[in-house]
Design a protein. Sequence first.
Length: 114
Amino acid sequence: MKGVTGRPWTDDEHRRMLKMKADGHKWPAIGAALHRTAYAVAARYREHTGDIGISRNVRKAQSEAFQARQAIYDLPPRSLTAEFFGDPLPGRSALDRRQQQSETRAISLAGISQ
């Protein structure tokens, strides 16, 4: 909770907490070494590292969404008309998909002997 304060953190304590966390120690062990609660140590770490406690699943979903959005931005620019009217991206329209399916069928039928 913000506003609840114990004794102030010293620079030495802060550095020691960061080093112990980097070494793989758990919050209870770090807290015991610094004579603080595990909750206080974890809260201090989150506050100063910017780790706001987002779960891995959420971070993964955000990363996948970012990558998908970036893939769209990396495509060649579309015409002004396509941008304005919201035409689908190349290869994403129903017509493009139908043409891909017909090409696949034609290839697979060509290999069948009658």
